[in-house]
Structure formats: structure tokens, C-alpha cells
Design a protein around this ligand. Sequence first.
Ligand code: CA
Length: 436
Amino acid sequence: MTLDFTHDPSRRCTVASAHAPGCDFTLQNLPFGVFRRRGTQEPFRGGVAIGDQVICLAQAHALGCFEGLAAEAASAAGEPTLNRFLSLGPAAWRALRHALFRLLDADVRDPRGAALLEALVPLADIENTVPVTIGDFSDFYTSIHHAENGGKLRTPPAGLAPNFQWMPVAYHGRSSSVGVSGQQVRRPWGQVRVPDAEAPQLLPCAQLDYELEMGAVVGQGNPQGDAVPLAKAMDHVFGLTLLNDWSARDVQLWEMTPLGPFLAKNFATTISPWIVTLDALAPFTTAWQRPPDHPQPLDYLESADNRAHGAFDVALEVWLEPQGRAASRLSRTNFRHQYWTLAQMVTHHTVGGCNLQVGDLIGTGTISGPTPPEAGSLIELSKRGREPVALVNSDEERGFLQDGDSVILRGWCEAAGRARVGFGESKGTVLPARRT
Ligand code: CA
């Protein structure tokens, strides 16, 4: 990931709203999603968010805005999913980013820049869908703070699993239930064993929770049998989203020994609609550190480059909005605290020969920071519901999620001398359990 003219914070955008304070979708961001005008039966098609607008890439392509590899990329990105665009590879992704940046640069006098403005649709008028056809979804577990917090909530309290500090552990999730921001999440039923009861019962989940995560979208696959070395791992990632791994804690507690979570996690996952590319995130990589008194990674998970640039400095927040009430912030943390980097996750995922495919989704696992208020799930903040969290902007409190609650994840990158790059939001709303 190298810096180029598209990271220059001094460039001005022809779309004025891109300069609004706190705007996520700046000229230096240019995230990709799939959209259509809300309330229509138009086909979904790819777009790039800029300010409070989205560029319809198919229309811009038809207006002759692009040439060469950028034109090929825009044509593919105009389709109902971004998979074919991703499969064109990093040179094509970059060609389209560079072309869009030049056409939106207020100081570049190119008549095609005026044509591009004809392909804008207000974000307020659109709806998004999941931007890629997701083949497989794997969810990691890479925050040591989350793992330690969870261990303390066990009865009796448990320490870290012996493998945690040696490998980024994960389970295979469900891609079928991944939705995009705005998802309505039905409270699941599942087997629950109430404490001291002799037998489990089938009940609506009473301990519904969220998990603050990031999602990595695979942009290049690897042949089955060929591991991806750490030095090449990030070449296989197109970009990142926010990801809420909804979790049924009471179901999870009973089912997860010995093979891990199943129904507790497979009913819904909500991602943010715009994939922020690794190119946009290049100014925000940061050092990854492993405390010297901890086990150090095995050779295949170790490199100087991963130490120097393996982490991402992404500020993250979770907000809870009770139905009809103001939203309250539950926690704030940063992606840079993870115990394992995204590159290490990709390399470990493939070390046995597993083939990643274009459009696969990799969850980072819950992102909990080093102090208790930075926890990325409600079970940690409320100590499994024993210490309900007061919602500062309403007169309510929560041990777990209630029907009608919306969970909103937000994320952004800011640094001195850099333009802000934001992720927008992932919002999902809890619906009541179905009656039997
Ligand atoms: Ca998770």
C-alpha cells in the first residue's frame, strides 16, 4: 500500500458536500457499494460514494467518463454485484480510483468531469444491498481484551484458551444471512439451558447482543492447496466494512462446547454498505505490537513489514437507539488494538491450503480495547446483564438488547495532515421473536 496523488489532502472536490465537517465520503476515500433509487424496482448497480452523493458507475461509463483499464473497471463495477470488478485485480481497482479522483478534482479541467456530475444520485434517495455475492464468511476472534473479558464472565472464570496467543482462531459462519445496514433482525429462537434446570428448552433468545467488528472483503482468491504468504496477504483484500456479528448469548453458552458457535451466530450479520478500499486506508496503517513477554508469532505469521504497518488506525463507536428514542453511545475503541493483524488472519486462513475466493467475507472478531469502556459487545459492558448499562440520552438501561432497539456501528480514520476517511454506518434493528 503506497501513497500517491489520491491521498493529497489539499485537493478540492467538485462535489462541495465532500468538504462538510465530519464527512465520511471525501475525495480521498471513494468507497464502493451497490445501490438503486429507493422504492423502485431498478436493478441494483455499483456506485462510489462522494459527499452526500453516489456516482452511478454504469451511467458514468455510458457518458464516456473513462478510458482504458478504468473504463473496463467501471463497466464491471456497474453490475449488480462487485464480484467481477474485484476479479479484475488491484491494477483495475487503482485505475478506476485514479480516474475518479482526477474527474472529481476541482482543479483539473477535464470536460468529462462535468459529465461525471450528471451521474450523481443523492445518498438520501437510495437504498443499498450487500455489495458482493459472498461465497464464504469466516469470523475470527482476535481481540485479547474481548477474550479475557469473556473468560472472566464464565462460571468459574476461565483464562485464555491455550491456542489464542499462537494463532488467530476463527469459525466458519453463514454468508446467507449477511445483510446490509438497515437490516431487520428477528430475535432468534434456540435451545437454552436455564441455570439449574435439568433440561434445555426451546426459547426466544433472552440475551441478544451485538459484536463490533470489521469485515474484510476478499478481492483476489488463491488456488486450493496454495497458502498465501504473509508478504502477499493484503494483496488478496479489496477493502473493509463495519460488521455487526449479532449474537444470542444464552444459546451460545449452551451450544458452543465442543464445536463452537452455531445457531447463536448464524441468524444475522449486518455490514456497512460501502467498502473502503485498502488504497484509501493506506495513510492509516500503523505499527502492530506484541508485548515482549507474550508468545511471539511462528515464522509464517511474522514479518518486519507486518510489525511496522500491519495494524489499521480506525476509530470505532457503537450506539444504541431504543425505538422512538435518541441514540446513546455505548463504547468507543480502535481497530489498532487487535492481537492479530488482518494479514495474519489471511495467511493463517490459507496455511492449510484453503482457497479464498473473490467476494469472501472475513470478520475480524469483536474489537474490544484495553479498558472496560472500550468493550465491543454488550455482554462485556453489562457483565452478562448483571450491571445494566445506562443509556445517557434516554432514561433507559440495557443488560441485553430489547425488541425495537437499533444498533449502530460507526468508524472513521483521521490523522494530522490527512483527509478524513469514513465507513458510514452499519445499522440493524431488532424485531420481536416470531410466535410459535
Ligand atoms: Ca464474532
